[in-house]
Design a binder for this molecule. Structure first.
Ligand code: HEC
Ligand code: HEC
Length: 176
């Protein structure tokens, strides 16, 4: 009997700590970074996609984005934050590649760990585009110009998103 209770406690401690200690990028964040709500935009200039009124979304200039992705649609404070550029992590990358590309776009190679951590938090917690891709982070998350909604968003809400990002940062931002 004593042994039974003891092993239950050991198991609880062990499983609890293994959950809290899951700081690998591949554990939680990889799947969230790879939702369509993030990658369709990151793929924008590198992979063909068909637009609404044009045969390709690709030919549209940055000035044009806000004509359709208006403030009313995105909920952004500044509508022109809705833009895309190449050289970001993309769909189809594995966990290692997604993580490395994320760091590369932050020029992480040239920054101290504390600076990278701050930049990451700033971007992943405050950037309107990221919040648009996290389910429920804002009332307009996922909203598109034609009244449709991107459904493949980072699930679980903003609180859990922040916890998981902080865990990863605390674990040293390793790309495994
Ligand atoms: C509307 C398009 C769009 C959406 C949606 C979007 N991103 Fe981005 N993302 C960008 C652009 C553009 C940049 C480059 C920002 C710059 O150059 O100032 C970027 C940069 C990044 C970076 C690199 C850090 C940086 O500051 O350059 C990360 C990491 C990132 N995005 C993660 C995400 C995640 C995670 C999501 C989804 C939850 C997401 N993005 C959704 C367009 C988007
Ligand atoms: C003429 C209107 C129009 C313009 C201009 C426009 N878009 Fe769109 N965009 C749409 C519509 C409508 C959708 C939803 C249907 C679809 O996915 O094609 C959409 C969807 C998107 C998506 C897909 C998001 C997701 O996760 O499903 C991205 C990314 C995007 N637009 C980026 C841009 C960027 C960047 C620009 C400017 C370079 C731009 N759009 C200009 C109308 C427009």
């Amino acid at each position: 009997m004593k042994i039974g209770i003891f092993s239950v406690i050991v198991f609880m401690v062990w499983s609890g700590s293994s959950l809290a200690g899951d700081t690998k990028f591949s554990a939680q964040l990889f799947a969230k970074f790879q939702v369509k709500g993030c990658t369709t935009c990151h793929d924008f200039f590198e992979k063909e996609r068909s637009g609404h009124a044009f045969t390709s979304h690709k030919g549209r200039t940055s000035e044009m984005c806000v004509l359709c992705h208006t403030q009313e649609v995105t909920g952004f404070k500044n509508a022109d934050e809705w833009f895309a550029r190449p050289g970001l992590y993309m769909s189809g990358m594995n966990a290692q590649q997604t993580c490395e590309a994320t760091k590369a776009s932050l020029n992480a190679k040239f920054k101290s760990k504390t600076k990278i951590a701050r930049d990451l938090e700033l971007h992943l917690f405050e950037d309107p585009r990221v919040l648009w891709g996290v389910e429920g982070a804002t009332p307009k998350s996922g909203m598109l110009p034609d009244g449709t909604k991107e459904k493949d968003l980072a699930k679980g809400g903003l609180k859990i998103w922040k916890e998981q990002v902080r865990e990863w940062i605390r674990g040293g931002m390793k790309c495994q």
